[in-house]
Design a protein around this ligand. Structure first.
Ligand SMILES: Nc1ncnc2c1ncn2[C@@H]1O[C@H](COP(=O)(O)OP(=O)(O)OP(=O)(O)O)[C@@H](O)[C@H]1O
Ligand SMILES: [Mg+2]
Length: 359
């Protein structure tokens, strides 16, 4: 384990009429060397505070931070061998690209040839060769962010920290840069912690996603695990979209269960949790797991809303008095059912995650 957070909390003291704030609450996290881990969650959930504690800009109220086997709780930021990239690029306007990137190396008084060598290497890495003489105001937003990244990387930090580095860029550029960041991170095999509230960004970039909510960790997992097996309604709703369908356990045998939903008995398989007969449950059903047919076996439903979006048709279907959102993505089935149409609804039951009703 390369970077370890052990039961980290941060409580900000009361100030100016505002009571004390528990920004981060008993967070524990293990990061392997070379991993990119994303802290993902809504505004105010404690992502930046966690990152700032790793960097040393804040000190934890309780808990331990361990880097490469050494406790670094008390170490000031410059002793930690970490670099941080911010949302605002914070590059110096009066220095050209080369000088911006060389800045930290100059402060360390490295010999000129080594500085030149290292700066040119990262310029190459972020695809900015030939841009060394440009002033920052002669660069696009994406290029400026590459300079900020290059400036962090040239220090060859043990850990690269990024706090919403792409949120000032437009959608197209953001997409391009997140692929770039991943490429560079993998090329250098650099241990990274990335903060975002954008779930797509987290899904694209991460080896592991840490979903945070109100200062606590809701779940840690690979993008696939998080999407496929959300541990709570919060996670299911925050990463992608989900229908929460109430039901009752009839019987469970190992990973198989019979349950009653909408008054109909169904069989679910591939379960990860154990339930007792009669227990109320919530089924997490992603819109794309729902199939709609003209007729046949399944739940009887009525189309209440139908929207054609080109690559997907979205439906709200009323089943047993409840609205369920479905997404048809199969090009072979892009015939839209009109609103008011009576249909039959099926769930692909091996992909449904089952949780206790209150979770
Ligand atoms: N210096 C501080 N003093 C008091 N409270 C603070 C301080 N810094 C942050 N907080 C509070 O701690 C909580 C977590 O803040 P933090 O900045 O870590 O959230 P975040 O997840 O990064 O949110 P965002 O997505 O909006 O950047 C918030 O309620 C915030 O108001
Ligand atoms: Mg933040």
């Amino acid at each position: 384990m390369y970077l370890l957070l052990k039961n980290i909390s941060k409580i900000f003291p009361p100030r100016g009429g505002v009571g004390e704030v528990t920004a981060v609450n008993q967070v524990s996290l293990e990061i392997e060397k070379g991993e990119l881990v994303t802290l993902l969650g809504p505004s105010g959930c404690g992502k930046t505070t966690t990152l700032r504690m790793i960097a040393g800009f804040e000190f934890p109220t309780t808990g331990q931070i361990i880097l490469d086997g050494e406790e670094i709780n008390e170490q000031p930021p410059h002793k930690r061998d970490m670099s941080m990239v911010f949302q605002s690029y914070a590059i110096f306007p009066h220095l050209n690209v080369f000088e911006n990137i060389a800045y930290g190396l100059n402060v360390r008084r490295l010999p000129r040839p080594e500085i030149n060598e290292r700066v040119n290497r990262v310029l190459d890495l972020v695809h900015l060769n030939g841009y060394g003489d440009r002033a920052p105001n002669q660069l696009s937003g994406g290029q400026q962010q590459r300079v900020a990244l290059a400036r962090a990387l040239v220090m060859e930090p043990k850990v690269l920290l990024m706090d919403e580095p792409l949120s000032n860029l437009d959608a197209k550029l953001r997409e391009e840069m997140r692929t770039e960041i991943r490429r560079i991170q993998k090329t250098l095999n650099i241990t990274s912690v990335y903060v975002t509230h954008d779930q797509i960004e987290a899904m694209t970039l991460s080896d592991k996603i840490v979903v945070m909510n109100e200062g606590i960790i809701e779940q840690i997992g690979t993008p696939t695990e998080i999407y496929r097996y959300p541990k709570s309604r919060f996670v299911a709703g925050f990463i992608g979209r989900a229908n929460f369908i109430g039901g009752k356990v009839l019987n469970q045998n190992n990973k198989q269960m019979t349950a009653e939903i909408f008054g109909v008995t169904i069989t679910l398989s591939g379960l990860r949790n154990t339930f007792s007969p009669g227990q109320p449950i919530t089924l997490i059903v992603r819109p794309e797991m729902i199939d709609i047919y003209k007729s046949g076996g399944g739940f009887p439903g009525i189309i209440r809303r139908a929207v054609y979006l080109g690559n997907v048709i979205e439906y709200d279907v009323e089943i047993g008095g409840e609205l369920v959102t479905a997404a048809e993505t199969d090009p072979a089935k892009m015939v839209m059912y009109p609103e008011g149409e009576a249909v039959t609804v099926n769930f692909s039951e091996t992909t449904i995650q089952v949780l206790p009703a209150r979770s």
